[in-house]
Design a protein around this ligand. Structure first.
Ligand SMILES: Cc1ncc(COP(=O)(O)O)c(C=O)c1O
Length: 434
């Protein structure tokens, strides 16, 4: 045994970031950077919390794949017993390739092509959420022409006329929105009447989604109230009550300490209680569905970048340049989104310096975080940007011909590659010489 010096202080080791029990620095060494790392336990826990708080009495939870979708994510969603919301032929293809049950899929989108509608009907997708009259007419033709013995189940997407408290780019339920048919409009009345009499279609009810990253519960209450005002209208007009009402997604997550937070449990209770009050009042029962995306995967993701050049401006601003940016996370450039970050191997050190984290794209707007406190940063450090699980990889581009990052799923100290890093040859794969 080594002799102990009784006077020496206990040695302090720098605190290092762990994701799903894996050391973030080691993940970066093994898989390279930028690297999107998901903590699988957080994703699964969020799925379970939604199921426990909402999926009673036939109510459903559908994960909104637009937040992040790949084969592994579809598998997790299926294993946790959620339904899946897809929004394009590509997302539908991914789900089917993963073996996700077609009958548990909701197919969204404000401009589905005829090919996409045919693909959905042929695959036996559980529910097509019809956005507008043009799509309705196309789908009716596709459904009539299909050999399927079963009519295609549909929901009609409605704009409930609520200006949700969120960024204007992710508001979707106002009357000026590009999405859905306005509640109270004659256009919607005619579609309801037509669909109720159309043998190739089964009208299951309505779908309403008012936007994303919403942390003010009043927006959700207003939306449910408005939706039930619409339901009342069709009870009166056609003596028809919808078997299903899909209340959409939209629950926000805290990105910084200033952001408000509504828990999954509070959110589900609010939706269920508000809807139940209306159903009691109108004396009918409908299946309710929610479609969360961000609140399932957002907090589970962390992006690791390697710091390159560090630049100090004459006015004293200090930029740390990282090896990714708006190509793998366009949310800051699109929505002025705010993030927090840390130096992965010095979590215990105080943020005594102020840095602006800059991406590597040729755009002055490619800044990931403005003026963030960090310990002294050096080139080569691994910088971890928090809460990047939603609308990052799924929105990533190859701007500047930057290959899209790899994605790993970490659990109990083991990390599995679930999306490989793009290579330079991937970038020219579809190019053809002239
Ligand atoms: C129709 C629909 N449902 C669900 C969602 C998921 O929203 P969020 O990720 O905010 O929960 C979206 C995203 O905007 C959507 O458009």
């Amino acid at each position: 045994m080594e002799p102990q010096n009784k006077n020496s202080r206990p040695q302090r080791f720098p605190q290092r970031l762990k994701i799903g029990g894996c050391d973030a620095g080691e993940l970066a060494e093994t898989h390279g950077t930028p690297l999107i790392c998901y903590d699988e336990a957080i994703i699964r826990d969020n799925c379970k919390r939604y199921i426990a708080s909402f999926a009673r009495n036939g109510n459903r939870v559908a994960y909104a794949g637009k937040a992040f979708l790949c084969l592994a994510m579809c598998q997790i969603v299926a294993e946790e017993g959620l339904y899946l919301d897809v929004v394009s032929g590509g997302e539908l293809y991914t789900a089917l390739q993963a073996g996700f049950p077609a009958e548990k899929i909701y197919f969204h989108g404000n401009n589905k092509s005829r090919d996409e509608l045919t693909m959905a009907v042929t695959a036996g997708v559980g529910c097509i959420v019809v956005d507008n009259t043009y799509e309705y007419q196309n789908l009716r033709e596709v459904a009539r022409a299909s050999r399927s013995l079963q009519p295609a189940s549909i929901l009609l997407r409605v704009a409930v006329g609520v200006d949700a408290a969120t960024h204007p780019y992710v508001m979707t339920g106002h009357f000026e929105s590009k999405f859905g048919l306005s509640l109270g409009s004659q256009e919607l009345d005619s579609l309801v009447a037509d669909a109720l009499n159309e043998p190739s279609l089964t009208l299951m009810g309505f779908h309403s989604h008012i936007g994303s990253q919403i942390t003010d519960s009043r927006s959700f209450t207003q939306a449910v109230d408005a939706l039930f005002a619409g339901v009342r209208r069709y009870l009166t007009l056609y003596q028809w009550s919808p078997p299903e009402l899909n209340l959409g997604g939209g629950l926000g997550v805290p990105y910084t300490a200033d952001d408000k937070q509504i828990s999954i449990e509070e959110h589900c209770a609010l939706l269920l209680n508000t809807a139940q009050r209306h159903m009691d009042d109108l004396n009918f029962t409908s299946r309710l569905t929610v479609e969360p995306g961000r609140s399932i995967v957002g907090p589970a993701g962390t992006t690791l970048y390697r710091v390159g050049a560090i630049k100090r401006t004459p006015n004293g601003r200090c930029f740390v340049n990282v090896d990714g940016g708006m190509a793998d996370n366009p949310r800051v450039a699109l929505y002025q989104a705010k993030y927090t970050c840390s130096v992965a191997d010095r979590l215990d050190q105080p943020g005594s310096f102020t840095y602006t984290v800059a991406g590597k794209a040729c755009e002055s707007g490619d800044i990931l975080i403005w003026d963030h406190p960090l310990p002294e940063v050096q080139s080569g450090d691994i910088l971890a940007v928090n809460t990047t699980g939603a609308y990052t990889y799924s929105m990533a581009s190859n701007y500047n011909r930057l290959p899209r990052p790899a994605v790993v799923l970490a659990k109990d100290g083991e990390a599995k590659l679930i999306i490989a890093r793009e290579t330079y040859s991937d970038l020219t794969r579809l190019d053809r010489p002239k």
